[in-house]
Design a binder for this molecule. Sequence first.
Ligand SMILES: [Zn+2]
Ligand SMILES: [Zn+2]
Length: 348
Amino acid sequence: MKLRAPFLIAVGILSLVSIAGPVTAAAPESKSQITILYDAFGTDPSMTKDWGFSALVEIAGKRILFDTGNDADIFAANVKAKGVDLKTLDFVVLSHRHSDHMAGLNYVLSVNPTVKIYAPKEGFGIYGSSLPSSFYRKDENLAPEMRYYGGVPPQIMKFGAAWRGANFELIDKTTEIAPGVTLLALVSDAVGTKELKELSLAVNTPEGLLLVVGCSHPGIEKIVEAAAAINPRIQLIVGGFHLVVASDDAIAKTVAALKDTFKVESIAPGHCTGEPTFAALKKAFGDRYLYAGLGTTLALGATTSGMRRGEGPALQQDDLTTYRRLARREDPFGILQARRLRTKASQL
Ligand SMILES: [Zn+2]
Ligand SMILES: [Zn+2]
């Protein structure tokens, strides 16, 4: 599709404030597609369903692994089932520090120990961090053996990563990491996940913006708002919208915002989006709802033929049972705890 003049002007203005312009056309032979490698629903018999998320994003000549699932062995089996070569990744994005998104990292590192890994920058987080030693109060009158580092701290104090030697690059604020490829850095304000940082992947293409989200703890609407600042034309959103226990009212509000306020063109929800939200999005988006169960490959760009449109998760009864069992198994988001607290507070 041709870009319209006002759009080009808008992009020109945006580029003045260092916001990503569209990626240049990729090499003709490079595929633009997303393959779902980890989720708790799907119909591919060669894959193992489990709670968590991972997707291989191939776009703009780049191969990006977004999140790594909940269990390294299941992740490894699913990667092999799809014939995905992790040695040739350009980089990995870890959306946030919840284990259902990063437990497969050990397997990735066993195959590709030097791969660049983008992760949110958190103080004392598992991805490692550092702080100037000036951050803590000193007492010069204290005996040296009672002082940190004997009273002579290093200028920068380093805090280790859970994966020693891994090639982490920590992201603190929204950053364009390659031409047209931006990591949106937002922070959750929800009870149970307050101050949790999360990265979402936005790729600006001539057909609009592709947005890949992990769990959307900062709120899917806030993430889409940040994405729309790069390009207001949002072609497709893939991933978890974090509405797995949301009320019908909250779901309706979010669905309306995505469809009517942000005018998102197509939607491919998965993971913690939740069953009632799958249904509501399917109803609202019709054939612009793309099925994204485990093992699905979504073709990106102008041609989207061969995609399963207008289908919900299409869960057969055993799939539905699995998704519900996995969703109930734990409270990875603190939502159930938050709901309990809310109920308790309303009883006071
Ligand atoms: Zn999470
Ligand atoms: Zn999650």
